[in-house]
Design a protein around this ligand. Structure first.
Ligand SMILES: Cc1ncc(COP(=O)(O)O)c(C=O)c1O
Length: 428
C-alpha cells in the first residue's frame, strides 16, 4: 500500500456507509453526483444533518463545516431564525404566482443594503441570476460579447463558462482576460470593446484557487467598461459577505448591475440580480416589448422569508467577527506549514481563505477528478473531522465561534502533518 492510498484507505475505512450509498447513487445519478462543484474523489461523504458549524455524515462522524454548502450558509447549518421563519410562513403555503408581503419586504431590504440595486428581480440560483444579468446587458447595449476573467466562476451558464474547463473565448458570445492583469483587459477591450455588452466581475476568484483582487484592479475594470460603453456586472454571489453592502462597498465600486445568490436564500434556493432603474425597467411587464423573465419559484415565500431574517442578522459586527476568525485560521495554518517545511499558498479576503500547494497545477477545476496534494489534504481534513471546499476553500460563518476556530486549527494542522508525512514517504 502506498502512502497516498494510506490517506485514501483511511478515509474509505471511516466512511463505509457513505461508500455504499454513493455506489447506489451511481445507478441513478452520473458518477453518483448531481452537482459537479461538490464532487471529489473517491466520493464525498453523505450528510445526515447539520447544526451551526457542524455536520454529521451517515456513518455518524462529525465534521467542522468550513465549506457551508459552497459558502451559502452565512450563519452556519440549520440557522434557528431562518428555520423558524420557514416553519411560520409554511402554514400559509410555499409559493404562489402572485407577490407576497415577504417578497416586497425582502426586495426593499436588498435595495436598502446594496446601492446598485435600484430595482431587482429574484431568481432561483446564482447561475440563473448571472444569465439574466447578461441577457439584460445584451438587450440594453445591443452587443453580443461578455468579457470575464480566466478561471472566474459564474455558475452553469454556458456563455460564462469561457475561461473554465479548458474553454477559452466563445465566438460571438464571450471573451476571456486575465484576473489582476490590466494589460490583458486593455488588449481585449481595445480589440473588441465596441462589441462588448458587459464586463462580468467575480471580485475575488474562489473556485480553483482563492485570488483576492490587486489594489485598484476592480475599479479599473469598471472604468474600462464605461470607456467602451459596456456595463459592469459584479457577481456578488459569494462576496456579498465582505460588507453590509457587499463587495461594492468593500472595494468602493459603483457597478451597473449586481448579481446575488447563495446565502441570500437563508439556506434555500434564491438568487437575484438588479441595477439602475434605467436598466431594470426593461423587465417591467407594464411596458410594451418588455424583456421576458419567468420562473415558477421566483421570489417564493419560503426563500424570501428565510432570506429576510438571514440578511437582517448579517450585521457589520458579525461580518467583522467572521473576518477575524478566518484570519486567525489562516495565520495559524501558515505557521504550521512553515514549521513542517511545506510550500503552501495561503490567500484570503474577509471570511474566505484558500490553501493551495505550490507543487500542484495552478488550478484544478478543469478536471474535478484530478489528484494532487490539495486533494490529499482535503481527504486528510475529512479524516480529522474538518470538511473544507474541494479546491482548498476555507470559509467561516457567523456560527464559527472560538471553539470552532480552535477545532479548525487543530484539524487542519493535523491534515498538513499527514501531507508532510506523505511527501516524506516519497523521498524514502
Ligand atoms: C461567484 C459565483 N457566481 C455564481 C454562482 C452560481 O450560483 P448557483 O450555484 O446558485 O447557481 C456561484 C456558485 O458557486 C459562484 O460562486
Amino acid at each position: 500500500m502506498t502512502s497516498r492510498s494510506f490517506i485514501e484507505e483511511r478515509y474509505r475505512s471511516e466512511t463505509p456507509l457513505s461508500a455504499a450509498l454513493m455506489s447506489k447513487a451511481a445507478a441513478v445519478l452520473p458518477g453518483g453526483n448531481t452537482r459537479t462543484t461538490s464532487f471529489h474523489p473517491p466520493y464525498p461523504v453523505v450528510i445526515e444533518r447539520g447544526d451551526g458549524p457542524w455536520l454529521w455524515d451517515v456513518d455518524k462522524r462529525r465534521y467542522l463545516d468550513l465549506f457551508c454548502n459552497g459558502l451559502s450558509l452565512i450563519h452556519g447549518n440549520n440557522y434557528g431564525p431562518a428555520r423558524e421563519a420557514i416553519q411560520t410562513v409554511m402554514q400559509r403555503g410555499t409559493a404562489w404566482s402572485g407577490a407576497s408581503r415577504e417578497q416586497i419586504e425582502y426586495a426593499e431590504l436588498l435595495q436598502d443594503r446594496i446601492k446598485a440595486l435600484e430595482l431587482l428581480r429574484f431568481t432561483n440560483s446564482g447561475s440563473e441570476a448571472c444569465m439574466l444579468a447578461v441577457k439584460a446587458a445584451r438587450h440594453i447595449t445591443g452587443r453580443p460579447y461578455i468579457v470575464k476573467s480566466m478561471g472566474a466562476y459564474h455558475g452553469s451558464y454556458p456563455d460564462l463558462e469561457a475561461g473554465l474547463y479548458g474553454k477559452r473565448d466563445l465566438e460571438g458570445r464571450a471573451l476571456v482576460a486575465t484576473f489582476n492583469d490590466v494589460h490583458s483587459y486593455e488588449r481585449v477591450m481595445a480589440q473588441h470593446g465596441k462589441e462588448v455588452a458587459a464586463i462580468v466581475i467575480e471580485p475575488v476568484l474562489v473556485t480553483g484557487r482563492v485570488v483576492p483582487p490587486a489594489p485598484g484592479f476592480l475599479t479599473y475594470l469598471q472604468t474600462l467598461a464605461r470607456r467602451y460603453g459596456a456595463l459592469s456586472i459584479v457577481d456578488d454571489c459569494l462576496m456579498l459577505r465582505l460588507a453590509v453592502g457587499g463587495s461594492a462597498e468593500k472595494f468602493a465600486l459603483q457597478p451597473d448591475m449586481v448579481v446575488l445568490g447563495k446565502f441570500i436564500g437563508g439556506g434555500t434556493a434564491v438568487g437575484a440580480f438588479g441595477g439602475s432603474r434605467e436598466i431594470m425597467k426593461i423587465f417591467d411587464p407594464t411596458r410594451r416589448g418588455c424583456v421576458f423573465h419567468g420562473g415558477s419559484f421566483n421570489g417564493n415565500l419560503v426563500g424570501c422569508a428565510a432570506g429576510l431574517v438571514t440578511m437582517r442578522d448579517l450585521t457589520a459586527e458579525r461580518i467583522a467577527a467572521m473576518d477575524a476568525a478566518s484570519l486567525s485560521i489562516r495565520s495559524a495554518l501558515a505557521r504550521r506549514a512553515d514549521a513542517l517545511g511545506l510550500e503552501v499558498i495561503l490567500t484570503g479576503t474577509g471570511s474566505v481563505a484558500g490553501i493551495a500547494f505550490a507543487a500542484d497545477p495552478e488550478r484544478h477545476e478543469d478536471d474535478p477528478s484530478a489528484l494532487g496534494l490539495a486533494a490529499l489534504f482535503h481527504l486528510a481534513c475529512l479524516s480529522e473531522g474538518v470538511l473544507i471546499g474541494p479546491g482548498g476553500i476555507l470559509s467561516v460563518s457567523t456560527a464559527h465561534d472560538a471553539d470552532a476556530v480552535s477545532f479548525a486549527i487543530a484539524g487542519l494542522s493535523a491534515a498538513l502533518e499527514t501531507v508532510a508525512e506523505f511527501l516524506g514517504s516519497l523521498t524514502h
